[in-house]
Design a protein around this ligand. Structure first.
Ligand code: ATP
Ligand code: LTN
Length: 324
């Protein structure tokens, strides 16, 4: 049997280069080898306040993005999390397996909840819903960016604990975090990751940004002191821009450094803008190709395929726990 992949993204805003290079790109590459499930995790989105009409729209928009990026509905199962109620059901069960202490150690909760009393309980148990997403499909591999590593460790711990206490039920999944591109950083604050919720829009290149916007954002991007355009951990801003150039141009890292030897930051930024615009052009054309009806048909068939696997796993879980 082919090994399985599961991954997902939240319909909370527009996807950006970080989401693409850290995750989506690998979903597309791996779908030929693995049986793949790619989910739009709208139940995760409501851990923070969302406007209902916007959430509904963003959910469909994200499905379009998956398709335009190259996720092939003939090979991969694309579906919306809330269309498969087993995700929420298994999350309840795993909430009873997870411990307060281990969730309190999750750094994303600390970042997004900002230590506030009013942070939702859903935000606190968010990693448990994520573990449910993954474990429902008996997933072998989870392609994600670096920021999700801790959540994957929790998922593995929950699977192992459940298997130990109730008998072999879940496959224990491995993360797939790409060697380059797993943490694309903000253009304005290179010590922070590029994020769709960054208040400063100049920090983030969105996949649907037009040519002019892309050029302007790179122009405003911070650089490091010095003049060299090389990969160098002590110069995070230039290394980040060069990583983006390397991944989008497909040129080996040494060739990128050689290409920019003796050139200034201004030239580098214009070339980086050109490469980005060229790279995104066909993607942006494809996004417009999918009308709502064809999209709904893909999502309906995706939900049916996903449900068949998810219901089988949940049945086994309930059975081993004595839940009727
Ligand atoms: P954001 O902070 O942009 O809202 P997120 O992690 O909350 O990001 P998702 O859209 O759910 O949002 O993330 C989808 C995938 O993109 C995940 O696998 C995540 O690890 C990856 N990812 C997010 N930001 C980056 C980044 N800056 N660099 C590389 N990968 C990233
Ligand atoms: N938590 C992830 C999104 C996510 C996910 C998943 C990723 C929810 N469920 C299952 C991989 C597998 C995020 O915020 N990026």
């Amino acid at each position: 049997m082919r090994k399985r992949i599961f991954s997902g993204a939240q319909p909370t805003g527009e996807l950006h280069l970080g989401n693409y290079l850290g995750a989506l790109k690998n979903w597309v590459a791996l779908q030929t080898e693995y049986e793949s499930f790619y989910c739009i995790v709208n139940l995760h989105a409501i851990t923070l306040p969302q406007d209902p009409a916007t959430l509904r729209q963003k959910t469909l928009d994200l499905a379009r993005i998956y398709l335009a990026a190259g996720v092939d509905p003939e090979r991969s199962t694309i579906f919306i999390q809330s269309d498969v109620p087993e995700h929420a059901e298994l999350a309840w069960v795993l909430n009873c397996v997870a411990r307060m202490g281990e969730l309190e150690r999750m750094t994303q909760f600390k970042d997004k909840g900002k230590g506030e009393e009013r942070a939702s309980v859903g935000l606190f148990t968010y990693p448990v819903l994520m573990a449910s997403d993954i474990l429902l499909y008996q997933t072998d591999l989870v392609p994600v960016g670096q920021d999700q590593k801790q959540h994957l460790e929790l998922t593995r711990d929950l699977a192992e604990r459940f298997n130990r206490d109730f008998g072999e039920t879940f496959v224990v999944p491995d993360p797939y975090i790409p060697p380059v591109g797993a943490a694309i950083m903000s253009l304005k604050e290179p010590e922070k990751k590029m994020s769709k919720s960054d208040e400063n829009l100049n920090s983030t290149i969105f996949l649907l940004d037009d040519a002019d916007t892309i050029t302007k954002k790179y122009k405003k991007a911070v650089t490091d002191s010095g003049t060299e355009i090389t990969f160098d951990g002590s110069r995070p801003a230039i290394s980040n821009l060069l990583t983006i150039y390397h991944l989008l141009s497909g040129k080996p890292t040494k060739d990128c450094e050689a290409h920019f030897e003796g050139k200034g930051y201004g030239d580098f930024k214009s070339e980086l803008a050109e490469v980005t615009i060229e790279f995104l052009k066909p993607f942006q054309e494809r996004v417009r190709e999918y009308d709502d009806d064809s999209l709904e048909a893909i999502l309906k068939s995706g939900a049916e395929k996903a449900s068949a696997v998810a219901s089988e796993t949940l049945k086994n879980v309930y059975q081993s726990m004595g839940i009727r």
